[in-house]
Ligand binder design. Structure first.
Ligand SMILES: [Zn+2]
Length: 95
């Protein structure tokens, strides 16, 4: 399923400028691990932008995003873990 956000499989805190593929503990590489993050899926054409904005929970700069850089100023806040069973963001937010 391409229209499910899998960005939680990657540690986006970007220590040393690298993002970590959590289950292997190595630097995330879409060539090696497959296209897990939504932005790579968009680049590869398996996800379109409207799906991206609807499904991705890690959109950089989105105030509701789990992407850590979006909350640079509040570094003390623990990044919320991926929550199962949360429905996709309502389409109303993007109109
Ligand atoms: Zn995503």
């Amino acid at each position: 399923m391409n229209n499910v956000c899998q960005c939680h499989l990657i540690d986006w805190s970007g220590k040393n400028g690298k993002y970590i593929h959590i289950s292997s503990g190595t630097t995330y590489d879409s060539q090696k691990h497959g296209a897990l993050d939504c932005q790579t899926k968009v680049k590869e054409g398996s996800l379109n932008y409207s799906e991206y904005f609807k499904t991705c929970k890690y959109i950089p700069g989105d105030p509701k995003s789990h992407f850590p850089n979006a909350s640079e100023k509040i570094k003390k806040v623990i990044i919320p873990r991926f929550e199962e069973g949360i429905p996709p963001i309502s389409e109303k937010l993007f109109k």
